[in-house]
Design a protein around this ligand. Structure first.
Ligand code: PEP
Ligand code: MN
Length: 305
């Protein structure tokens, strides 16, 4: 007998039954200070590639507050290609994230690369990020499945759709059903863009899985000028949100400077995404306003710490 997959709408990976299961809504944060991924709202996450300083994060955080963007990102444990590149601020970066979270009331998402970092980072964040390079870090996925907070799972560097969903399966099977998928491009042959952003993955994943799916147009394209058009495209293709890299002085970013947008461009993006979302019958979720429908929220009652 074939296993009953939890990540798929139907019980096997072969069939595409779009009607067979309600879509899962994943709440990040709690109570009044929370947002829901997978409802009618389109949720933005923005922030620098790396946390560099408290000043940088407060500047970005204040811009997010002004625009109504509910979630801030920033890496403190950085999975860099070269061991000689900046590896992140680690503990000090977590404390900066904690301060931004406390002072500005923003929801914090940051990457962890192993189980030790998971526990170290836990008190400072609202949502864990699993990066592309760790999509198949099985021990990490299992540990994330055994804790209660939501997980943003990024597609691997060259992962197929089914490999992506099987990685999610590792989390779900442990009891945590609060998984948000993130399309961030896959390795292609042409260095003109950093990756090939697979926007067709969005409606395809919507057919195959009940989990919410967001798009990262920053790593997906690797080029500042492409981030806005790719994010528009993501919303039109049905994404439940976008995650973009933003920096007060983009060209001075310590990591991923070529793809970081500035605060003025973030404002433009937010205005445009609100219009694009409206045009397809959705709304851009602004901080403090959530479209929760509690009955459809992902359960995590059998998750344990
Ligand atoms: C990131 O989001 O900071 C990141 C490292 O992205 P990815 O894992 O998709 O390369
Ligand atoms: Mn980055």
């Amino acid at each position: 007998m074939s296993p009953r997959y939890l990540a798929y709408r139907s019980s096997t990976s072969q069939s595409l039954h779009t009607e067979s299961m309600e879509s899962t809504r994943v709440r990040v944060g709690s109570g009044d200070n929370s947002v829901v991924f997978g409802g009618n709202g389109v949720v933005s996450i923005a922030g620098p590639c790396s946390v560099e300083s408290l000043e940088q994060m407060i500047t970005v955080g204040q811009a997010l507050k002004t625009l109504g963007i509910p979630c801030i990102r920033g890496g403190v444990f950085k999975p860099r290609t070269s061991p000689y590149s900046f590896q992140g601020l680690g503990r000090k970066g977590l404390e900066i994230l904690g301060e931004v979270r406390r002072e500005l009331g923003l929801l914090v998402i940051t990457e962890v690369m192993n189980v030790k970092e998971l526990w170290e980072a836990d008190p400072f964040l609202d949502c864990f990020q699993v990066g592309a390079r760790n999509m198949q870090n099985i021990e990490l996925l299992k540990a994330l499945g055994r804790q209660k907070k939501p997980v943003l799972l990024k597609r691997g560097l060259s992962a197929t759709i089914d490999e992506f969903l099987m990685a999610a399966e590792y989390i779900l099977i442990q009891g945590n059903q609060q998984v948000i998928l993130c399309e961030r491009g896959v390795r292609g042959f042409d260095p003109a863009t950093r990756n090939v952003l697979d926007l067709s993955a969005v409606p395809l994943l919507k057919e195959k899985t009940h989990l919410p799916i967001i798009v990262d147009p920053s790593h997906g394209t690797g080029k500042r000028s492409l981030v806005l058009p790719a994010s528009r495209g993501a919303v039109v293709m049905g994404a439940d949100g976008v995650m973009v890299e933003v920096h007060p002085q983009p060209e001075r970013s310590i990591s991923d400077a070529q793809q970081a947008i500035g605060l003025e461009e973030l404002k433009q993006m937010t205005e445009e995404l609100a219009r694009v979302a409206n045009a397809i019958g959705r709304t851009l979720t602004l901080a403090g306003i959530s479209d929760s429908a509690p009955s459809q929220l992902a359960p995590n009652s059998n998750a344990h710490v």
